[in-house]
Design a binder for this molecule. Structure first.
Ligand code: GLV
Ligand code: MN
Ligand code: MN
Length: 412
């Protein structure tokens, strides 16, 4: 088993990741590679070519999730699954998501180089639209695959340029019509997703690997405040329906609702669209997003459900609409997979720490379907969703070695 971990090639993995990072490169070593974009398709073509070099088969499903498969000696046995996503935040880094797909490819390549055939097939998936920054919400590919929602559920969601998810998905499927189609919802034997930590704990503890125990829950809401535009110089304040002023009231009230002395409950307003967005016009309309997270299901349900009433109460003049567009309850990973990942790190002499994930991941939607876990590698200064996101080639390779060891243990 150690042969496969030994065959993991740090330089090859890094070089390929840096090739991907050129697709959508932005200043400061960042990447902007939106889901279902031409850049996304270029990155996928590279992946398909690398898979071809080692004889792995490639297919896509109706949600445009891209699948690589290295056959096992028992084709009837359920496969072991790994992978992550290739889309990025608009000002994202080189590693969030891309690392997990590349680590999967590197394991397949290491198996090929070591001449090892596992009993179960190993599959690597690149999930569609994990980030949710071009099309909200995130994890639409894994949610479709897992049957959490039908694949056409988000067809009417539009990006900032007015392009619909349905149209972008159709374009992607047409551009990749040369690839064999596979059905949504196959059931793997087990799944492990590798990812950067995106937080500061592993670095602070001086550990190489996070053995992930679960993922906190997330809820996303879109709030629309409809007022009336007016002249900034002439309209008396008492007559205004100012959507920005109501937004300030709403966010202040939500800050009070979500205040947590322990700093466990996470409340974020990360996108605000103001119309007409002119310095001398009173804002007619504000649309803002809410991202709410907590590891405890009850807290997430209770605070999330309380938000609409608090918000309506706080707003003075505008009409209010609140829509929940993402609802991912906390996931507890499988004890057997946690033990497998832990044993892999221990066998390789790689230091580790067990920890929950504050970020959501596609693994959250695989967990109800199959025994699932995750492997984290350290993030420098805990920075992520930022061009400065960084993990060294050596740290990434350690994560891939643990992934290789664990996948081979599961695949037999
Ligand atoms: C994933 O990108 C997240 O926001 O947790
Ligand atoms: Mn990610
Ligand atoms: Mn992310």
């Amino acid at each position: 088993m150690g042969d496969v971990a030994n065959a993991v090639n740090e330089t090859r993995q890094w070089r390929r990741l840096m090739q991907w990072a050129e697709l959508g490169a932005i200043p400061g070593d960042g990447v902007n590679r939106p889901a279902l974009s031409a850049l996304d398709r270029q990155a996928r073509r590279m992946l398909i070519a690398w898979a071809g070099e080692i004889g792995a088969s490639v297919s896509i499903d109706a949600a445009a999730n891209l699948w690589l498969r290295r056959e096992g000696s028992d084709p009837a046995a359920a496969p072991v699954l790994t992978g992550s996503h290739m889309d990025t935040q608009p000002a994202g880094g080189r590693f969030d998501g891309a690392y997990g797909v590349m680590a999967g490819l590197e394991v397949l390549t290491a198996l090929h180089d070591a001449g090892v055939v596992t009993r179960r097939a190993i599959e690597v998936v690149a999930w569609t639209n994990e980030e949710g920054s071009r099309f909200a919400p995130g994890c639409t590919g894994s949610m479709s695959w897992a049957g959490f929602r039908p694949a056409d559920s988000w067809n009417d969601v539009r990006d900032q340029d007015g392009v619909s998810y349905g149209a972008a998905l159709a374009e992607q499927l047409a551009a990749e019509a040369d690839l064999p189609r596979r059905a949504l919802g196959s059931r793997p034997f087990a799944c492990i997703e590798a990812h950067i930590e995106q937080g500061p704990l592993l670095e602070a503890e001086g550990r190489d690997i996070g053995v992930v125990t679960g993922i906190q829950g997330s809820r996303w809401f879109t709030v629309t405040l409809q007022g009336q535009s007016a002249h900034a110089g002439t309209a008396p304040l008492r007559l205004r329906q100012d959507a920005v002023q109501d937004m300030v009231r709403a966010i202040s009230a939500l800050n009070a609702l979500t205040a947590d002395p322990q700093d466990v409950l996470r409340f974020t307003v990360g996108r605000i669209n103001v119309s007409p967005n002119s310095s001398n016009s009173v804002a007619e309309r504000v649309v803002f997003t809410i991202d709410l997270r907590h590891p405890d299901r009850d807290v997430l349900l209770e605070r999330g459900d309380a938000m609409e009433a608090i918000l309506r109460d706080a707003v003075k003049t505008c009409q209010v609409s609140v829509v929940e567009n993402f609802h991912a309850m906390p996931a507890q990973f499988d004890a057997g997979i946690i033990a497998t990942v832990q044993a892999a790190a221990t066998a390789l002499g790689i230091s580790s720490s067990q920890m929950p994930s504050g970020a959501f991941h596609d693994a959250q939607f695989v967990a109800p379907i199959a025994p699932t876990g995750m492997i984290f590698v350290p993030s420098r200064s805990g920075i992520s969703h930022n061009p400065a996101e960084f993990t060294s080639a050596a740290q990434l390779a350690q994560g891939t070695r643990v992934l290789a060891q664990a996948l081979v243990a599961l695949a037999g």
